[in-house]
Design a protein around this ligand. Sequence first.
Ligand SMILES: NC(=O)c1ccc[n+]([C@@H]2O[C@H](COP(=O)([O-])OP(=O)(O)OC[C@H]3O[C@@H](n4cnc5c(N)ncnc54)[C@H](O)[C@@H]3O)[C@@H](O)[C@H]2O)c1
Length: 337
Amino acid sequence: MKVLVTGGNGYIGSHTVVDLIDNGFEPICADNLSRSRKEMWAGVQQAAKQEIPLYEIDLSDKVAVQQLFEERGDIGAVIHFAAYKYVGESVKDPLLYYENNLNSLVNLLSCVNKHKVKHFVFSSSCTVYGNPEKLPVSEKSPVVSPQSPYGATKQMSEQIITDFSHNSDCRFTLLRYFNPIGAHPSALIGELSNGRPENIMPILLETADGTRASMTVFGSDYPTRDGTCIRDYIHVMDIANAHTKALQYMQKDTKPEKVQVFNLGSGEGVTVLELISAFEKASGKKLNWEMGDRRPGDVVAVYADNRKAKEQLNWQLQYSLEDMMETAWKWQQKLDS
Ligand SMILES: NC(=O)c1ccc[n+]([C@@H]2O[C@H](COP(=O)([O-])OP(=O)(O)OC[C@H]3O[C@@H](n4cnc5c(N)ncnc54)[C@H](O)[C@@H]3O)[C@@H](O)[C@H]2O)c1
């Protein structure tokens, strides 16, 4: 089946493209390279051991999206990664986020019925759960009022897809990612910080390679086992594989629900200090970090109940926290070389 992967040159998209090929799917990518570099594409094709079509188009351009579907005429499924993802940037420039993230989705959906697309996978986020009262969070946990324009685009996108699904024969899977980190074991692909890292892992890696003199741990007085925030880190290879599993599931599934939601997390909560220590152990590097004040808006603790994805998608985690650290560090060293 030909699968349109939007944002296929980005962090999670590139790993998914390789996993799809490993499992017999034929990906076609669309990416305007606004948040990734053209030279990354060589790494994607090398990891996939084949050439893959890449359409350099802006998905917020309706005409360009329609032309792509018409020109190809063979798109049976869509995995939609392409979006901007920085919470802080979205607070500073909300319209940029609404325009890019929502228009791209609407433009893609407007081609779904006409071109008889059967399956659609959307990249959502655990941000929809906010600062949850009960842990771990399951797909039934309450979705709370969004805490940033970025988070709002994820919730609105889920709603747009649900509304659209009522008048469509397409099946939709919403995947709520927790904290994807790590890189392909070959170090041919991995995450780019794009000069504006907000997440801990790129900051940690830049501290390890000396780009930053030190890093700050925000908050030491949270009600957690060591006072620092707890997150659910999951290897990007496991996240990528869940997309393949979601397509395989939709191909077989005969349940009436048009829209299914799955949490993609490891199910383990890890504190910031535990993450630092895991990195130091895996890399043999001592990290220079200092304790700082709490950062406004940070969630205390969140980790996934991932049983639904494991049971229904037949998805199994293949990578440990140590693997996440080793592959991320290997990738960073390759970037620096
Ligand atoms: N990485 C995370 O921690 C995380 C967590 C939860 C959800 N997500 C979601 O997963 C998806 C993928 O994230 P990622 O980490 O791979 O991001 P990324 O920035 O590495 O990749 C996104 C890709 O989409 C492309 N893109 C953006 N807007 C586009 C447009 N209008 N037209 C064409 N291409 C466009 C970018 O050039 C980039 O290559 C995003 O929707 C993100 O919101 C990511």
